[in-house]
Design a protein around this ligand. Sequence first.
Ligand SMILES: Cc1ncc(COP(=O)(O)O)c(C=O)c1O
Length: 342
Amino acid sequence: MQSLEPYTAGEQPKDKKYIKLNTNENPYEPTPALQDALKNARSLRLYPDPLAAEFCEAAGKANGLPADHVFAGNGSDEVLALAFKAFFDSPVLFADITYSFYPVFCEFFKIEFLLVPLRDDFTLDAAGFLKPNGGVAIANPNAPTGITLELKELQTILDYNLARKRVVLIDEAYVAFGAESAAKLIPQYPNLVVVRTLSKSHALAGMRLGYALAQPHLIEGLRMAKDSFNSYPVDSLAQAAGTAALRDAAYYEGVLSRVVDTRTWFVRALTEMGFRVLPSKTNFVFAGHDRIKAAELFKRLRDRGVLVRYFDAPRVRDFLRITIGTDEDMQKVAAILQEILS
Ligand SMILES: Cc1ncc(COP(=O)(O)O)c(C=O)c1O
């Protein structure tokens, strides 16, 4: 067995019923339109459409791009993995605090990486990415901080890398919760790949659906990487469900604005209790309190049936990442935090 350091996902416990705020799942159900879509899905006797054409059409339409600008995968993790394989050489640049799967992909594909430190306030310094590289990966909004980089700043990174023919990958797993998407820059930048997931915004984490948006030559690069490995990745049920979800924008606008409203309320509640809360444009908050260690708070919340995420890593071990659940859940969590602190 090779000594790879695998990604550690948040736990999915079975021992008791928790208020589960540790993996950034959406607290609401996916669109009811899914039921009909699943009934009418392509027969399971047949292989799925290898190009997921209908899904790509729907994803393109949702982002103002033609279907040939879309690539579908089993969750954005798979799309990210294929993008690392297809586009990146050593060294890939990414932030020192970001999605912890990026170094794992690098190790798996034997690509070196260089970490670009976030500033002390955890904002991303675009200047740090203006150096020779074999590719750039940026989660925007970032995880686990929740902080967003403005498109204007992103463009400085795109311009620098365009001149050097390097690909810039923007992972927009959380963009739907209030940030601005870089998808509108795709016609201008032949070196831009935007990766999205339906796990969070469309409440479909269990279905495993993600996609990339880019100009067709990059989409072709992803297809080649996929077809060299497994040409039928997205199954027929997932394609049907994802298409129905992407077509029901009205339903999801309601879901997203509920999550954002709850986040606004919860951030205020945390701030009033003396927490330091980083400014979030996601469905989670990253927060710490100087009166109690985050590791201790994590344990005390778990004992009281609340599951959040704690990263025992440099710079972030004073924080907890707390997913935004329903109003009812977050009110309970706020009350429990108040009790622990008093
Ligand atoms: C920044 C980021 N990118 C990608 C993903 C992967 O999402 P999925 O594979 O469910 O699409 C996550 C999941 O937590 C994430 O936080």
